[in-house]
Ligand binder design. Structure first.
Ligand SMILES: Nc1ncnc2c1ncn2[C@@H]1O[C@H](COP(=O)(O)OP(=O)(O)O)[C@@H](O)[C@H]1O
Ligand SMILES: [Mg+2]
Length: 223
C-alpha cells in the first residue's frame, strides 16, 4: 500500500536554477491496483516514479510504503526496501547488454540482503513467467526489443516485489510488441502485484484500472 500526502519536489533547491517538479501530490494506491500515470513531457511523471521507487528524495509531504515512512532513511535501508519491495522497468530496458538473460535476472538476487541458495532456479522461474525460459543462456545484445523488455520484467519480479514501477515500458516498442508486454504486465497484476505505468500512450493507459494525470507537477485528475 502506497500513501502520498502532499509530496513536493524541488530540483536544485536554493540555487538560481531551482525548479519545482512536483507540488502537493496526494494519492493512495491499494495493493493489487493497476494504474497509469499520464501527462505531457516534463509534467513530473518520472520524478514521481523515482520518488515512489525510493531512488529520489522529496522535499515536503510524506510517502508511506507498506507503512514505512520513506524519509531520511539511510542509503543502506533504502536499498534494502527497493530490493525487497520494488521492481523497476524502464523504456530502454537498462539491462547489462553482454550478460545473458539469466545473468541479468540473477543480479537483484545477488544484491538481496537475505541471500537465497536457489538463485538460479528463482531466476529461471521469473524468465519462465514472462515466456523467456528458452532464452536463459542467450546474451541480451542478441535479442529483440520485446524480448529485452520481457527479460527486464523478469529481473523486476525475481525478488517478488509488491510493486512494479514502469517508466514508458512500451515506449521503444512497436504496437504489436507493446500489446504483448502489456499482457505480461496484466498477468502479473492478476497475481496480485501492484503495477504503476508511466505512459504517453492513451491506449496503454486505458488498459489500466485507474488513470492519474499530472500537469506541471500537480495531480489534475484521478479516475
Ligand atoms: N535532475 C534534474 N535536475 C533539474 N531538473 C530536472 C531534473 N530531472 C527532471 N527535471 C525537470 O523536472 C521536470 C519534470 O521532469 P520529469 O519528471 O522527467 O518529467 P516527465 O517524466 O513527465 O517527462 C522537467 O521540467 C525536467 O526538466
Ligand atoms: Mg519521463
Amino acid at each position: 500500500m502506497i500513501r502520498l500526502q502532499g509530496i513536493s519536489k524541488v530540483y536544485n533547491r536554493g540555487k538560481n536554477n531551482s525548479f519545482q517538479a512536483l507540488s502537493g501530490i496526494t494519492a493512495e494506491v491499494k495493493d493489487g491496483e493497476m494504474i497509469a500515470v499520464i501527462g505531457k513531457s516534463g509534467a513530473g511523471k518520472s520524478t514521481l516514479l523515482h520518488i515512489l521507487a525510493c531512488i529520489d528524495s522529496y522535499d515536503s509531504g510524506e510517502y508511506l510504503l507498506d507503512g514505512i515512512l520513506i524519509k531520511k532513511l539511510s542509503e543502506r535501508k533504502l536499498a534494502q526496501i527497493r530490493n525487497e519491495k520494488i521492481g523497476m522497468v524502464m523504456q530502454d530496458f537498462a539491462l547489462v547488454e553482454d550478460f545473458t538473460a539469466l545473468e541479468n535476472v540473477m543480479l537483484p538476487l545477488d544484491f538481496a540482503a537475505k541471500k537465497k541458495s536457489n538463485r538460479k532456479q528463482l531466476a529461471l522461474n521469473a524468465l519462465q513467467s514472462v515466456g523467456m525460459a528458452d532464452y536463459a543462456k542467450k546474451p541480451v545484445n542478441q535479442m529483440s526489443g520485446g524480448q529485452k523488455q520481457r527479460v527486464a520484467i523478469a529481473r523486476a519480479i525475481v525478488n517478488e516485489p509488491s510493486v512494479i514501477l514502469a517508466d514508458e515500458p512500451t515506449g521503444a516498442l512497436d504496437s504489436k510488441t507493446a500489446a504483448e508486454i502489456m499482457e505480461v504486465l496484466k498477468a502479473l497484476n492478476r497475481t496480485g502485484t501492484t503495477i504503476i505505468i508511466v505512459t504517453h500512450d492513451k491506449s496503454i493507459a486505458q488498459q489500466c484500472g485507474r488513470i492519474i494525470e499530472i500537469a506541471d507537477g500537480s495531480l489534475v485528475s484521478d479516475s
